[in-house]
Design a protein around this ligand. Structure first.
Ligand code: 2F8
Ligand code: CA
Length: 136
């Protein structure tokens, strides 16, 4: 029996908090190799779980800009809820600092914790994998 070593369970998903830094895309590749994606955030309780478990360290999440209009998109294809998400940005973010911030990390130990940052910067990261019970 495989027991998802290093993955933490929360409300129907397993989460992996890395101990090494990677660029955003390299982190996403690490996740997909393990049947997961950089995490989406779809509720206040999930956001609370993530920032508390992150322990005050900056972690990439799965939010990146896509298309010519540069709209935010979850890499796991969860629809992006702009209204819900508004409360999760750090006040003043996203600011596209230096016109080169197209990826998002969880920066502060707070419900208002998201910052947009350059995708090529190395940070810790969080993968999320749905819990799928195996057939009997
Ligand atoms: O003041 C907020 C600002 O702080 C940094 O830029 C000086 C962050 N840069 C990185 O994390 C690389 C900005 O993203 C952030 O908006
Ligand atoms: Ca920023």
């Amino acid at each position: 029996q495989m027991v998802s070593q290093g993955w933490k369970y929360f409300r129907g998903n397993f989460y992996y908090f890395s101990r090494v830094s990677k660029t955003w895309y390299s982190a996403e590749q690490f996740c997909t190799y393990r049947d997961s994606h950089l995490t989406s955030v779809t509720s206040e309780s999930e956001q609370e779980f993530l920032y508390k478990t992150a322990g005050g360290l900056i972690h990439w999440i799965g939010l990146t800009k896509a298309g010519s209009e540069g709209t935010w998109k979850w890499v796991d294809d969860t629809p992006f809820d702009k209204v819900l998400s508004r409360r999760f940005w750090i006040p003043g973010e996203p600011n596209n600092y230096g016109h080169n911030e197209h990826c998002t990390n969880l920066k502060m130990p707070s419900l208002q914790s998201w910052n947009d940052a350059p995708c090529d910067t190395g940070f810790l990261f969080i993968c999320k994998r749905p819990y799928k019970p195996s057939e009997p």
